[in-house]
Design a protein around this ligand. Structure first.
Ligand code: 3JN
Length: 343
């Protein structure tokens, strides 16, 4: 099997670390592996599969000879992607920089793999909350077109990176000792005001847009339409940060174009690759973020009719946002390209 020269930009962050875990776990066919990061992390040594790799400072020349460039996300994507493409690499980017660019495919491999074929060097990985929701919506959409979606998210602190995790730990310890909780990161590092997340919920993820929604909410709306290629679908989102370390949860209400049975929905979900149905009220079985973390699948439960409206259903969706919501989805895009001879 052909092996590929792979670069990881942002190798020292939460998503970068997950790339490494998954490359090993999935036996990804790599030849050279180049770990890139900002100047601050350059020089750090990472032992991976028995070999020491020194993290290099990312420069415009970092991508010579690279076949696949996995970008962990963040503001540096915009700067480096054009140089990686010019060097002949395919960039798969986790940031929002290119997601809504009509020239850039936005891909969940189980949902719209064929979109990859239209790439011109860059492929975008959707927002984590969008990916997790669409894994549950696509099999239902294939049964009956979804006319409207109302989603509320319960997003883990690791969505805000390692600093988000540390903040929950430190604030919890402080609170239990009766000390003041220090908040510097959430709701977003760039926000003017910060609030504690321990023993709290924050109804703001990312910054506010002019329409009073947050950017995270509008990402879910706009990205879903692009991935599903359905600009008639009506979607409204409320995104909430919760004091959970890992795995995002979502309460989703959908209205379908025509009625289907609950069993049909359940079967479609159970047969969809990457989805696990955990749904049995009699045994109190439903997905919870504590148990879905560090796993690859998206879990669906609490499936029931919305008795207040025709052809409408409620579901509860949970998935590890660093795995399927980020690193895993990105690597799966590369795997689909390799499997189909698209690279
Ligand atoms: O907060 C979360 O749970 C997900 C965060 C995603 C995120 C954070 C900072 C910048 C993104 C994203 O993937 O949409 C971005 C961005 O690239 O805009």
């Amino acid at each position: 099997m052909k092996k590929y020269n792979v670069a990881i930009l942002g190798a020292t962050g939460a998503v970068g670390a997950e790339f490494l875990k998954l490359i090993e776990e999935r036996n990804f066919p790599f030849n050279e592996l180049r770990l890139l990061a900002s100047k601050r992390s350059a020089g750090k040594v990472i032992n991976f599969m028995g070999k020491d790799y020194t993290v290099e400072e990312a420069t415009h020349d970092s991508f010579e000879g690279i076949d696949i460039a996995l970008f962990a996300g963040g503001s540096i994507s915009k700067e480096f992607a054009p140089y990686a493409v010019k060097a002949g690499a395919v960039v798969i980017d986790n940031s929002s920089a290119f997601r809504m660019d009509p020239e850039v495919p936005l891909v969940v491999p189980e949902v719209n793999p064929e979109a990859i074929l239209k790439h011109k060097g860059i492929i975008a990985n959707p927002n984590c909350s969008t990916i997790i929701m669409l894994m549950a919506l696509k099999p239902i959409y294939d049964l009956a077109k979804i006319k409207r979606v109302i989603v509320s998210t319960y997003q883990a602190v690791s969505g805000a990176g390692k600093e988000g995790i540390d903040e929950l730990t430190n604030q919890t310890a402080a609170y239990l000792k009766g000390e003041e909780m220090v908040a510097n990161i959430l709701p977003s590092a760039s926000a003017e005001k910060h609030y504690p997340i321990a023993f709290n919920l924050i109804p703001q993820i990312d910054v506010f847009c002019d329409n009073l929604y947050t950017k995270e909410e509008m990402k879910m709306v706009n990205e879903t339409k692009k991935i599903m290629d359905d600009y008639d679908m009506r979607i409204t989102a409320t995104t909430i940060r919760v004091p959970v370390y890992r795995s995002h949860s979502e309460s989703v209400n959908i209205e379908l174009e025509h009625d289907v049975t609950l069993d049909e929905i359940k079967n479609a979900l159970a047969n969809f690759p990457g989805v696990i149905v955990q749904d049995d009220p009699a045994t109190q079985t439903y997905p919870m973020p504590l148990y879905t973390s560090d796993t690859d699948e998206v879990y669906v439960g609490r499936l029931r009719r919305d008795e207040s409206a025709p052809n409408s259903f409620n579901l509860w969706v949970v998935g590890d946002q660093i795995r399927k919501g980020a690193a895993l989805n990105t690597l799966q895009i590369a795997e689909v390209m390799i499997k189909n001879g698209w690279i």
